[in-house]
Structures are given as C-alpha cells and as structure tokens.
Design a protein around this ligand. Structure first.
Ligand code: AMP
Ligand code: ZN
Length: 112
C-alpha cells in the first residue's frame, strides 16, 4: 500500500524524528503551523479516526500516553493543542491517522 506516513515509519522517506516506541512514531511537521508542530502516528496503518476499533485502539491510547513526554521534550511548558483531522470537511490530507501537537506560542481559538 502506498502511504506517506507508513513510508516515514519504515524509513523509506526521511523525517525529523522526535520520539518513537513500540506503538507510535513522532516527527516534525514539514510545513509547521506553529513554532512547535509535531505529528504523532500509530505504527500500524489506521486511515483516520473513523477507523478506530476495539482491536486497534491500544495504538491510540499509546499515542496519548506519549504526548506528555513529547510535549515536555519539545519545551511546551505552557500548554499545547492536539488536533486530528478526519475526512474531507476537516481537510485531512494524509490518510494515515495522525495527531498534530501544536504549541510554542499562544494559539488562536479560530478553527478556520
Ligand atoms: P492533515 O492535513 O491533518 O492530513 O496533516 C498532514 C500534515 O502532514 C500536514 O501538516 C503536512 O505539512 C504534513 N506532512 C506532509 N508530508 C510530510 C512529510 N514528508 N514530513 C512531515 N510532515 C509532512
Ligand atoms: Zn499508513
């Protein structure tokens, strides 16, 4: 299957890794929307939040377990935003579930 984030996880496409464990991989977003912009992805192909099931949800739990460590390592001591775009109305552009960690400044409350 041709998936950008699967290729990043298996090393076929380079990335700026910031964290990795058995369940998830985190790397810097190539087009940052904030001073800190990190993507965290499950190490199995889950297309989006719509594809989360009882069988694969451990990967989602592990992403959220990793987030505080990743945020602390990135120096996000004053908070951060987590975003996971799902489907066309949210402009999901890579069909491998990912959680954006955004921070490093006071973020706007606007969603569009
Ligand atoms: P989304 O629009 O929520 O699907 O987010 C996809 C994100 O992936 C965007 O913020 C892109 O900037 C980011 N992205 C795309 N290609 C790469 C890449 N090769 N390395 C790092 N981030 C990427
Ligand atoms: Zn994938």
């Amino acid at each position: 299957m041709d998936c950008l984030f699967c290729s990043i996880i298996n090393g076929d496409i380079p990335s700026s890794k910031v964290y990795e464990d058995e369940y998830c991989y985190a790397f810097k977003d190539i087009n940052p929307m904030a001073p800190v912009h990190i993507l965290v992805v499950p190490k199995v192909h889950i297309a989006s939040a719509d594809e989360i099931t009882a069988e694969n949800s451990v990967y989602i739990a592990k992403i959220f377990e990793a987030v505080p460590k990743i945020a602390a390592d990135a120096g996000l001591t004053n908070g951060y935003r987590l975003v996971s775009n799902c489907g066309p109305d949210a402009d999901q552009s890579v069909l491998h579930l990912h959680v954006h960690i955004l921070g490093g400044k006071k973020l706007s409350a606007r969603l569009d």
